[in-house]
Design a protein around this ligand. Structure first.
Ligand SMILES: Nc1nc2c(ncn2[C@@H]2O[C@H](COP(=O)(O)OP(=O)(O)OP(=O)(O)O)[C@@H](O)[C@H]2O)c(=O)[nH]1
Length: 226
């Protein structure tokens, strides 16, 4: 397929060596304190800390996984949940290909804010694969949101609900694998529909760019070397 061809042609000897890979920009949004930073750190670094330090603006981490035999680099944008940073964070929504809407089991306001978060994302991005995450399920004894309510919200937003405990490392990887799989399927569809001559442009200056032919991001991981 075109997708595979774009992934990279490797030549040995004096020839140019280039390697392209699929990269996905995923944004993690939700109220302050729901566990966004913890989730991204858990997934990308395998660590968890009890301390809460609010995110100022946006943080960025990445992890590579394999979907369908294809390497996918997941770039996770951990955005600030505190409203004071809204103006900064929304600039980072642009170009996102998937979204994690996060609320906490023990924070009613974070659950009620989900529609508003979805609206903010939709203002900057068109419809992108989205998952609703109910975090801190290790604290079910202090729950202020019922399973039924969470499911009803997911249903009305038209997205899947995944319950996680970042603390106990429950279902965190499931969230990102699910989104990456969805995006990968969409890309494959777009590639098979687009004409074979439409090769995406590759920018060596910006870390990511939006291909016009298909809305996937392709990153040049290794510069051209002689
Ligand atoms: N019990 C429990 N605590 C968690 C879990 N995930 C995160 N926390 C704690 O919740 C607090 C807030 O987590 P953060 O990851 O900093 O929250 P955030 O959503 O990034 O907050 P902002 O940066 O302000 O937007 C921290 O004290 C975490 O240790 C979880 O699954 N269970």
């Amino acid at each position: 397929s075109t997708l595979q061809r774009n992934r990279g042609a490797k030549h040995t000897g004096n020839m140019l060596e280039e390697e392209l890979e699929i990269a996905l920009k995923v944004i993690v949004v939700g109220n302050g304190g729901v566990g966004k930073t913890s989730m991204v750190q858990r997934y990308c670094k395998g660590i968890y800390t009890k301390d809460y330090k609010k995110t100022i603006g946006v943080d960025f981490l990445e992890r590579q996984i394999e979907i369908d035999g294809e390497d996918i680099r997941i770039m996770l944008w951990d955005t600030a949940g505190q409203e004071e940073f809204d103006a900064i964070t929304k600039a980072y929504y642009r170009g996102a290909q998937a979204c994690v809407l996060t609320f906490s089991t023990t924070d009613r306001a974070s659950f009620e804010a989900i529609r508003e978060w979805k609206r903010k994302v939709e203002n900057e991005c068109s419809e992108i694969p989205t998952v609703l995450v109910q975090n801190k399920i290790d604290l079910m004894d202090q729950a202020v949101v019922s399973f039924e309510e969470a499911e009803a919200l997911a249903h009305s937003l038209g997205c899947r609900l995944i319950r996680t405990s970042v603390k106990e490392d429950v279902n965190v990887a499931t969230v990102f694998r699910y989104l990456a799989t969805k995006c990968h399927q969409m890309m494959k569809q777009q590639y098979s529909q687009s004409a074979p001559i439409s090769q995406p442009t590759i920018s060596a200056f910006s870390p990511t760019f939006q291909s016009k032919a298909a809305s996937n991001t392709i990153t040049l991981t290794r510069p051209l070397v002689k």
